[in-house]
Design a protein around this ligand. Structure first.
Ligand code: DGL
Length: 275
């Protein structure tokens, strides 16, 4: 019997740390394990089958560490793997009471409150955009909101390779914002539907006209998790609460720590994981 039952936070790489940062601030007493599959990142251009296979492997790893609850802090994994894991894998596992949650539904639930014009732009990876998950989920909660999407395939590589603060990044930030805004002049809210993109927030805000708001997901997902735990006492009581935070990567821990510290906003010391 394992004595530690942390909440698992997963991303293909560093991006999920932007969500974990908000979660750790809002729900500081729980134990957490963060794992980035850096060795196989980015997931954004990969097929449904591959994203499902990789994500499931990681979810199983979290379960082995004693996590009864895993958050896919990755839009691509949430778009391409979450439903299959919830409906086709989880019910047949040894303990079907464990849970895997994503970041798309909690974001879709509230994003309609940000727009005054009723027009929202969604920026994500190719995988997230082609899955159509955001338009479907947002229109489920806000049927009259217009949703325009654009894939930004260069942004994650710029971030994962620590080039996102350099001048080269300016070109690609402006390029995708212009392309999105030419789709609809009414867009007043831009959702950063990739957990890596908040690292580009300063550049994005410098380029955007002041009447357009760029929205990152971290605080939204953290509030939604707090709400989930309140509504699910059976899960809440299973979780251990010693404020322990452990970090793992499928790639080199030294490289991970340096980058992860920037994303997380405080020192990170990780260990390597073999899946
Ligand atoms: N951070 C991930 C997301 O939210 C994607 C990064 C990747 O392409 O691996 O979609």
């Amino acid at each position: 019997m394992q004595s530690s039952h942390p909440i698992g936070i997963f991303d293909s790489g560093y991006g999920g740390l932007t969500v974990f940062k908000s979660i750790a601030e809002q729900l500081s007493n729980y134990d957490y394990i963060y794992m980035g599959d850096n060795a196989r990142a980015p997931y954004g251009n990969r097929s449904f089958e591959t994203v499902h296979e990789y994500t499931l492997e990681c979810v199983e790893w979290f379960f082995k560490q004693g996590c009864p609850l895993v958050i896919l802090a990755c839009n691509t994994a949430s778009a391409k793997a979450l439903r299959t894991i919830q409906q086709q894998n989880l019910p047949y596992m040894e303990d079907p009471t464990r849970r895997v949650l994503g970041v798309i539904r909690p974001t879709a639930e509230v994003i309609g409150n940000y727009t005054k014009t009723g027009s929202v732009g969604v920026l994500g990876t190719r995988g997230t955009v082609t899955s159509g998950s955001y338009p479907i989920e947002i229109n489920h909660f806000y049927p009259s909101v217009k949703v325009r999407q654009l894939a930004c395939p260069m942004w994650v590589p710029l971030i994962e390779n620590n080039e996102y603060q350099n001048e080269g990044a300016d070109y690609f930030v402006k390029k995708y914002l212009d392309q999105l805004l030419t789709q609809d002049a009414d867009i007043d809210t831009i959702l950063l539907a990739c957990t890596h993109y908040p690292l580009l927030l300063d550049k994005i805000r410098q380029i955007l006209p002041t009447h357009i708001t760029a929205v990152a997901q971290g605080d939204i997902v953290a509030s939604s998790l707090a709400d989930y735990l309140q509504r699910h006492p059976e899960m809440e009581q299973r979780l251990t609460k010693n404020s322990v935070r452990n970090f793992y990567t499928t790639d080199d821990p030294a490289g991970f720590d340096e980058q992860a510290t920037i994303f997380f906003g405080q020192g990170v010391k990780s260990a390597a994981v073999e899946l």
